[in-house]
Design a protein around this ligand. Sequence first.
Ligand code: SF4
Length: 253
Amino acid sequence: MPISYDAPAAAKTQRNYELLQQFYPPLTLEKPRRSPMRELISTVLSHRTTHADEELAYDRMLAAFGDWAGVLAAPTAALAHAIRTTRWPDTQAPRIQEILRRIRAERGAFELDFLHDWPTEKGMAWLNDMPGIGLKTASLVLLFNFHKPVLPVDTHVHRIAQRVGLIGPKASADKAHQVLLEQLPKDALTLLNFHKHNYWHGQKICLFAKPDCARCPLKGFCNYYREHFGPATPEALAATPTHWEAAWGALPH
Ligand code: SF4
């Protein structure tokens, strides 16, 4: 059902979900791609860092120090050197060691499986209390690894939510986390698809510098589109693809 540019934000969020669900391959709640510990530490490493550089840092860190106990015991400067492909290795190295120290001190081992049995809010608060772990990282671990009904709002989800008008134009990522969660069903499968499809959209179409609005199925209710091009014409809507096309390239991880 088409909606207008001035539709309530919740209706836009629902339509965003429906259209991107058709546009990109739908996802299922499968076995997590990474262990919880890897998801947590890799997300710390990924801050303002490309996926390739994050993976390189992770691999070099484990190659240099063997396991989590080794990473914790390593000289901090050596750890910073191992993760030098990340954006701020001198900041992230002591953070990672403090996270590891707290996990072992509080849980007796380097594992996070107990979060499966914890209420969502308790798990969020526990992760969020770690140095350098914000709502986004905590949500990624809880959603991807434990299928908890939370929504990671990364830079792509945040940007699209602002441009389309799902949140206010100045709403922070943390505010977006709260607002979008109120607008979406509280089930992990919906939230996983909403997160991932907007993440892909931000990487492939709604780019930071130059959004590719001609290909975008959200143009019929996107505030940014109306502000820059005027309301979408019937011709522009009819010419908009309804599915991601493989010829445009592979979707990100
Ligand atoms: S119409 Fe343009 S600005 Fe709006 S979501 Fe699509 S690509 Fe982004």
